[in-house]
Design a protein around this ligand. Structure first.
Ligand SMILES: Nc1ncnc2c1ncn2[C@@H]1O[C@H](COP(=O)(O)OP(=O)(O)OP(=O)(O)O)[C@@H](O)[C@H]1O
Ligand SMILES: CC(=O)N[C@H]1[C@@H]2OC[C@@H](O2)[C@@H](O)[C@@H]1O[C@H](C)C(=O)O
Length: 398
């Protein structure tokens, strides 16, 4: 038997697995690297987060990715090159983390790599009859496996689509396995570039679990800051937006899109929520004259409104607690706007559940890899909210 295949079987038979989860999102702030120790599987999964770092991307790399990111027309050669380049770059960042942590590659059983989404095309957005939901993440897993010497699982989203989903959100699997709590309805809300949440019922009725994107999180605010304030990547501590006030006419125009009328679940991305979307709303509301501070305050209110309206529209429960994760939770004005819109709803974060909010998405991919290696079918959701019951991840042997 191939020695790597034998190694894979040995890993699957271990009581405890050491898995590195990776996440690189739409903000392009860096590669999230989470070193996880996992025992069990399914609802018996036990996780210890041993190490976590976000390895920052250099400015040149951010520009290289942005040149091929969420655009209908791109230089195909650049896409081809970046698939290999990102795989190699991620491998280098992983090796740097292992050295920093004093962990040898031999101690790591597998890597779970999300890769870098460069285009997301659910049928509700591409509207091409007869064509499937589709999504594309690059950063090839074979390059990571060879350059770290560690078996690597990658490209998780394709199986989700093959089994009837839109390739996202995948957080629902880890949210359900790690954060369900009897007697407490929970909303696991991730505020990344795009905001998404999972509803976890306190009665543990798995047919009532669902997960959906809700609209922009940080992505529009970040894009606008990068446009208007060169050298800045985001509105740290909402310092800029806090000096403005939101414009009701622009907010109404931003919310006036068919996406917000779609049922749940649904997914989206910067393919829709981008600067062109904002400029169209400004033209429609005759608000192109607004100051940068007022526009940013309005984009902040827009994200908060999209999030809160989706939660209240989709959750029939009269009591639930929200657990935040993702970088948007560090945006004070966004949280203030959400509290205004949600009243006395309790807003906490996943650190209170033992998982750093910044590490959560990388941890979720480690959980998906664990399920691929030792999990069994999980049946949850129902009807249109049904969630593909599949193990995900392509396996790359070093
Ligand atoms: N101190 C802060 N003040 C305001 N915003 C912040 C702060 N820290 C982080 N953010 C926001 O969080 C973003 C990074 O968050 P995160 O890493 O979750 O994004 P992401 O990985 O792109 O998410 P996703 O993959 O879900 O799109 C930053 O681009 C910024 O918008
Ligand atoms: C195609 C893609 O990369 N989607 C991301 C994006 O970022 C947030 C939201 O949109 C979510 O649906 C998803 O990532 C998280 C990790 C998910 O799949 O749950």
């Amino acid at each position: 038997m191939n020695t790597n295949l034998r190694r894979l079987l040995e890993i699957a038979e271990k009581d405890k697995r050491t898995i590195i989860g990776l996440m690189s999102g739409t903000s392009l702030d860096g590669l999230d690297v989470a070193l996880c120790e996992m025992t069990g599987h399914g609802t018996q999964t036990q996780l210890v987060l041993r190490q976590f770092d976000t390895m920052p991307y250099d400015a040149a790399f951010k520009e290289q990715v942005k040149a091929i990111f969420s655009k209908r027309e791109v230089d195909l050669e650049k896409v081809c090159l970046m698939n290999a380049y990102i795989g190699t770059y991620h491998a280098e960042l992983i090796n740097a983390c292992l050295e920093k942590w004093g962990v040898s590659a031999q101690e790591v059983d597998v890597i779970a790599s999300h890769g870098q989404t460069i285009y997301h095309a659910p049928a509700s957005q591409h509207k091409l009859n007869g064509m499937p939901n589709a999504t594309l993440q690059i950063g090839d897993g074979d390059h990571i496996a060879v350059k770290t010497g560690i078996i690597t699982l990658s490209d998780f989203r394709q199986k989700h689509i093959a089994a009837g989903g839109e390739g996202a959100p995948l957080a629902v699997y880890g949210d359900y396995l790690l954060f369900s709590e009897k007697g407490q309805n929970r909303i696991m809300l991730n505020i990344g570039g795009i905001a998404n949440f999972t509803f976890l019922p306190g009665d543990l009725d798995t047919t009532r679990i669902f997960s959906t994107d809700v609209g922009p999180g940080n992505t529009l605010m970040d894009a606008y800051v990068q446009l208007k304030f060169p050298g800045k990547f985001y509105d740290a501590e909402s310092e800029i937006a806090s000096r403005g006030k939101y414009d009701a006419a622009l907010l109404t125009a931003l919310l006036d899109h068919p996406f917000f009328g779609l049922g749940f679940p649904k997914t989206t991305g910067p393919e829709l929520f981008n600067l062109a979307y904002m400029e169209q709303a400004q033209e429609a509301s005759n608000t192109s004259h607004l100051s940068a501070q007022d526009v940013l305050a309005t984009l902040n209110r827009f994200s908060a409104t999209a999030i809160c309206e989706a939660i209240t529209r989709s959750t029939q429960e009269n009591s639930f607690e929200i657990f935040l994760s993702g970088g948007g939770m560090h945006n004070p004005l966004l949280l203030q706007n959400m509290r205004e819109l949600l009243g006395d709803t309790v807003i906490r974060n996943t650190a209170e559940l033992g998982v750093s909010p910044d590490a959560k998405e990388a941890v979720l991919f480690a959980t998906l890899a664990n399920e691929c290696l030792v999990g069994e079918k999980i049946d949850f959701g129902s009807g249109k909210q049904s969630i593909p019951s599949v193990q995900m991840g392509k396996i790359s042997l070093p």
